[in-house]
Design a binder for this molecule. Structure first.
Ligand code: ATP
Ligand code: MG
Length: 601
């Protein structure tokens, strides 16, 4: 491609809309253009990058025996009602764009494709003999994200590879899952990324069946906890660890103490001169189930620990049946306004005890009249502990479960693991923390969707059995931007060779110098012909401008037919290192071939 003929517009200044380096650079270098909130045009250079990433993804998927297809983006609401996700996706989370057609039928724009694929399997797979099967597609997904940001990182329209596998049993699923873990590692390695596979939250379905692939970068929205021995890595949403040891309580007898102005654990411990490990704190949450019922949840947890809302949400989902519901729509800490809806009198916030009375709740059709009391494992074994007294300005000390306070019947593990905690697999290892960008997620679904949608096959024994399923996603557009987030310098983007839009760019310093033009044209034709994707900067611009642009767009090798022509050579500059060398014109092709092959393999 000749730059003189290309839609090629670079910006000198950082665009105001961009916060992180990769977003700024992709805008400045003319790869993407914002069309609306979370909506971007992929311009020609970006589209080449995306096609390269897609090709790597495709090759790795095909190598596992998965088959590519293309599923509809317009999805009938009925399918989502069958799986029970229509209301959650269009209303509660509101992540799905929905619409009504001219015949008043409801439709959604696909945020993901479990429903569609399960319907296909239900129709087409009759017998165990047809299993396992794995289909995937590479396609635009639509999600009405609450906070679209960082360009392609969190768009409302983005490219994803999503795959779904069907099996007769868990063992077969596990095998495909392992193959996917390997394929995903290969994809990311081949794309030139530094990454980590981590244990991930798999929601209330549970199981150990979910891993995320995190590209390590400061701008990452996720926190990853890992140990240096390489034995453990998990998303903080899922991570487990050993809590610090409990310090012996200084309080031997139960009594109520005046503790003015101690509504935080910090202030309380300073005032009582005790350790937060001797405190039972009681944290209030408000859950709204899918049948509209609000439940007030009181979690008793050790004072030095924090509740992990993802873990809590999973526990509350498991308890949905107790409230004739299926799932939790919202989980929040009730603010003053929320409390006004159900509080019968003002709560002793900051001083609540595990037995805070149910009569603080004005029960109604929509509000359950009793607290759901949960106790985290860290608080179960405490003795002679400190906790609230249900009276503002007072705490109790020397308290014990089943003496002063009944131990809540439901024991849960909802504490947040954090950096510095001891690891479960080896207490000598402490958890380290890093930021990560989730680019891939593989998931053992089990029979969640097949059961909900009645998708079955006939087993060898002649029984109707629900499919055992897995699903596997890669954010193709997010992955491409992550590569920039990991690889740039003050001059611009440094693409990994494997996904760079072009391998080389020939920058003609002076287009009125016929010898320069002649050599450039010859190399341009020769390199492209031999498969080295090459741009020709034949614009009527100063050499300095061309070199700056070449650096900004991040093409791995820049070829300059300049002064060295008199000795039959051109200058070749490596983008990543700015290292320059003179190479005989006749050897440019073979030299670049070698370098590119070495960089890609
Ligand atoms: P996140 O937690 O970042 O919202 P997710 O867990 O909802 O992502 P999945 O449903 O697992 O995402 O989708 C598979 C992959 O698609 C993700 O790993 C990510 O790389 C990509 N992805 C998800 N949402 C977006 C988005 N809004 N923009 C770009 N890529 C996305
Ligand atoms: Mg995910």
């Amino acid at each position: 491609m000749r730059l003189s003929q290309m839609l090629f517009v670079t910006l000198r200044e950082d665009p105001a809309e961009a916060e992180i380096p990769s977003h700024k650079l992709l805008l400045r270098a003319g790869y993407i253009r914002r069309i609306g909130s979370g909506i971007y045009a992929y311009l020609p250079l970006m589209w080449r990058v995306l096609k390269k990433v897609s090709q790597i993804v495709r090759e790795e998927m095909d190598a596992t025996g998965a088959q590519e297809c293309l599923l509809p983006q317009l999805q009938p609401a009925d399918l989502w009602r069958e799986s029970g996700r229509w209301d959650t996706y269009t209303q509660a989370e509101g992540i799905m764009f929905s619409m009504t057609d001219r015949q008043q039928r409801e439709l959604g724009l696909g945020p993901t494709h479990e429903e569609v694929i399960t319907t296909i399997a239900k129709d087409m797979i009759r017998s165990y003999r047809q299993l396992p099967v794995h289909l995937y597609q590479i396609q635009t997904k639509f999600r009405d994200e609450i906070r679209p940001r960082f360009g392609l990182m969190r768009g409302r329209e983005f490219i994803m590879k999503d795959g779904y596998s069907f099996h007769t049993n868990e063992e077969s699923l596990k095998k495909t899952y392992q193959d996917m873990a390997q394929a995903y590692s290969n994809m990311l390695r081949r794309s030139g990324l530094q990454f980590r596979a981590v244990d991930a939250d798999s929601g209330a379905i549970g199981g150990s069946g979910s891993q995320e692939f995190m590209v390590l970068a400061e701008a990452g929205e996720d926190e990853v906890l890992y140990t240096e021995d390489g034995q453990y890595a998990a998303n903080v949403e899922k991570a487990v660890s050993m809590p610090a040891d409990v310090e012996q309580s200084p309080f031997a007898t139960f009594e109520k103490r005046e503790t003015p102005g101690t509504e935080t654990i910090d202030k309380l411990c300073k005032f009582l001169k005790c350790s937060p490990t001797q405190v039972v704190k009681n944290v209030l949450y408000q859950a709204v189930y899918d049948n509209g019922i609000t439940v007030l949840v009181l979690v008793s947890i050790r004072g030095d620990q924090d509740v992990n809302q993802v873990k809590l949400l999973n526990e509350l989902t498991k308890l949905a049946g107790n409230y004739q519901a299926k799932t939790v729509l919202f989980l929040t800490v009730p603010d003053a306004e929320a409390q006004r809806k159900w509080a019968a009198k003002s709560l002793p916030l900051g001083y609540m005890a595990p037995d805070v009375a149910d009569d603080y709740i004005a029960g109604s059709k929509e509000v359950n009249s009793k607290f759901l009391r949960l106790v985290d494992r860290t608080a179960v074994d405490l003795t002679n502990f400190v906790t609230g007294s249900n009276e503002s300005g007072y705490h109790v000390v020397g308290a014990n479960w089943d003496k002063e306070f009944p131990l809540p019947a439901t024991v849960v593990g909802v504490r947040t693991a954090k950096k510095g905690d001891r690891a479960v697999h080896n207490p000598e290892q402490t958890l380290q923390s890093a930021r990560g960008i989730e680019v891939g997620h593989i998931f053992q679904l089990g029979t969640k969707y097949s059961q909900a949608m009645g998708a079955t096959y006939t087993s060898e024994q002649g029984e109707e059995m629900p499919f055992v399923m897995g699903c596997y996603g890669v954010g193709v557009s997010r992955l491409a931007q992550s590569a920039v987030e990991q690889s740039y310098d003050k001059d611009g983007i440094i693409w990994p060779v494997a996904i760079a839009p072009y391998h080389a760019i020939i920058s003609i310093p002076n287009i009125s110098d016929s010898q320069q033009v002649e050599v450039a044209e010859k190399l341009y034709a020769e390199l492209n012909q031999s498969g080295i994707e090459t741009l020709l900067d034949d614009r009527d611009e100063r050499a300095g401008v061309k070199f700056k642009d070449a650096d900004l767009i991040g093409i791995p090798y820049r070829i300059v037919p300049g002064r060295s022509l008199k000795s039959g050579k051109v200058e070749v500059v490596e983008r990543a290192t700015h290292k320059s060398q003179e190479i005989l014109i006749d050897e440019v092709n073979s030299t670049l071939k070698q370098w590119i092959e070495a960089a890609i393999n």
